[in-house]
Design a protein around this ligand. Structure first.
Ligand code: PLP
Length: 379
C-alpha cells in the first residue's frame, strides 16, 4: 500500500525519526533510573534531560514537569486531585462543554461523587468567552478546566485572559488547561497562560504513544493520582518510561528546530479550505480554526462515517470528529448548535508542517468524487 494521504494529525502523528532514534538508544540502556549503579544513573540522566527539554518548550522550570503515560492521565490527575486542593472551599467545578472526553468523563465521574459541574456552552464558532467563565464563578468554585485548543474545531480559547480574570476575582480557584492540541502548535509558551496545571501529550507532536506530562505550577500542592514507589518527586509513581521520555524530548527538539512550522501548516490548511469551497459548492466550513493545524467542514446531509470510509478506501485519512468518538455524533459540534444535516456530514481535517498542497489536491478530488456518488439525505 502507498503512503496514506494523511489529514488526521489531531488524532495522532507519525513518530519522528529523531524520536525513534532517541528511543532505540535509550532502550539500549535499560537501567532503572532509581538504581544506584551506572546503568541506573545513565537512565536517570535521560529522564533529567528529557524533563529539561519539555520544560524549556513549556517555558517553566524542570521541577514543574511531571511525566505521565498520556494526556488522559494528565487530565484525570489535574481534575481529580486539583479539586482536592480546594476541598475546604467547595465542590463546584467550571468546565467548557467542548472539552475532550478525558476531561468531560472525569467531570461526570466527579459529579457522581458529589461535585457539581457548570458546563459552559460555546457559540456557533465553538468559542467560549472570558465573561462566561467569570459569570460562572461561585464562592464554592474549586477548579476551572478550559482547554487551550479544541481538537475538533481548532478554536483557540482565551485561556490566558480567563486565568487573569478568574485569579483577579478569586485567587484560590485552581486553573487547569488541557493543552494537548496546543503544545508547540501555538506561537507562545504554554506557561505564559498563567494556568496552574497544564496537560500535554507526546503523540500529538511526533513522539510515540504512551508519554505525556502534567505541568504543576510551583506552590500548587497537588496530591499524586498514582501512589507507589515515589518516582517523579513522589507525585507520579511508576518506573519512568525512559525510552518514551527520551523520544518525547527528541520530538520536542525536532519540532522547535523549525520556527516556520506554524505558518507552513496554516498555509496548507488555508489552501485546502479554498480548494474545497471551489470544488464543492455545498460544502460548509464549520470552523476554519484559529490554529494552523485543525479545521472542520461539513457536507450537509451526507453521512460523515460513510465519507470517511470511502476516502479511507482510497488511502486518504480524515476523521468525522475526535478519534475518540468511534461513530458517536460529536458533542462539540452538537454543543455549537449545528443543524442535524451539518452534524451528520461533519469532517475534521488536521495538518502538520509535512502536509502538502499536492496531498490537499488529492483530498479535494476524492471528496468531490465521493460527494458526486454518495446518497445524501437532502437529495
Ligand atoms: N485532550 C485533547 C484535547 C485531545 O485531543 C486528546 C487526544 O486526542 C487528549 C486529551 C487525550 O490525550 P491522549 O491520547 O494522550 O490520552
Amino acid at each position: 500500500m502507498d503512503e496514506p494521504v494523511y489529514f488526521d494529525y489531531a488524532a495522532t502523528t507519525p513518530v519522528r525519526p529523531e524520536a525513534a532514534a532517541a528511543m532505540t538508544d535509550a532502550l539500549g540502556q535499560f537501567g532503572n533510573p532509581s538504581s544506584r549503579y551506572e546503568y541506573g544513573r545513565r537512565a536517570a540522566l535521560r529522564v533529567k534531560e528529557g524533563r529539561e527539554a519539555v520544560a524549556r518548550a513549556l517555558g517553566c522550570a524542570p521541577g514543574e514537569v511531571y511525566f505521565t503515560s498520556c494526556g488522559t492521565e494528565g487530565d484525570n490527575w489535574a481534575l481529580r486531585r486539583g479539586v482536592e486542593v480546594n476541598r475546604r472551599k467547595g465542590r463546584h467545578i467550571i468546565a467548557t462543554a467542548v472539552e475532550h472526553a478525558a476531561v468531560l468523563e472525569t467531570c461526570k465521574d466527579l459529579e457522581r461523587n458529589g461535585y457539581e459541574v457548570t458546563y459552559l456552552k460555546p457559540d456557533r464558532a465553538g468559542r467560549i468567552t472570558v465573561d462566561q467563565v467569570t459569570a460562572a464563578l461561585r464562592p464554592d468554585t474549586a477548579l476551572v478546566s478550559m482547554m487551550l485548543v479544541n481538537n475538533e474545531t481548532g478554536a483557540l480559547l482565551p485561556v490566558a485572559e480567563a486565568v487573569k480574570a478568574v485569579k483577579a476575582a478569586d485567587k484560590a480557584v485552581l486553573f487547569h488547561t488541557d493543552a494537548v492540541q496546543g503544545f508547540l502548535k501555538v506561537p507562545f509558551p504554554l506557561c505564559s497562560t498563567g494556568a496552574d496545571l497544564i496537560t500535554i501529550s507526546g503523540h500529538k507532536i511526533g513522539a510515540p504513544k504512551g508519554i505525556g506530562a502534567l505541568y504543576v505550577k510551583r506552590g500548587v500542592k497537588l496530591a499524586p493520582l498514582l501512589t507507589g514507589g515515589g518516582q517523579e518527586d513522589g507525585l507520579r509513581s511508576g518506573t519512568e518510561a525512559t525510552g518514551q521520555i527520551a523520544a518525547f524530548a527528541a520530538a520536542v527538539s525536532a519540532v522547535t528546530a523549525d520556527p516556520a512550522r506554524l505558518e507552513k501548516t496554516a498555509a496548507v490548511k488555508d489552501y485546502t479550505l479554498t480548494q474545497l469551497k471551489a470544488a464543492l459548492p455545498k460544502l460548509e466550513v464549520i470552523s476554519a480554526g484559529d490554529v494552523g493545524h485543525i479545521c472542520a467542514v461539513t457536507l450537509p446531509g451526507y453521512k460523515s462515517e460513510v465519507v470517511v470510509r470511502v476516502l479511507g478506501d482510497k488511502n486518504i485519512c480524515v476523521s468525522s470528529g475526535s478519534a475518540c468518538h468511534k461513530g458517536r455524533p460529536s458533542h462539540v459540534f452538537a454543543a455549537m448548535g449545528l443543524p442535524k444535516p451539518w452534524l451528520d456530514g461533519a469532517l475534521r481535517l488536521s495538518f502538520s508542517p509535512e502536509s502538502t498542497k499536492e496531498q490537499a489536491d488529492v483530498l479535494v478530488a476524492a471528496l468531490k468524487e465521493a460527494a458526486g456518488s454518495l446518497f445524501t439525505t437532502l437529495s
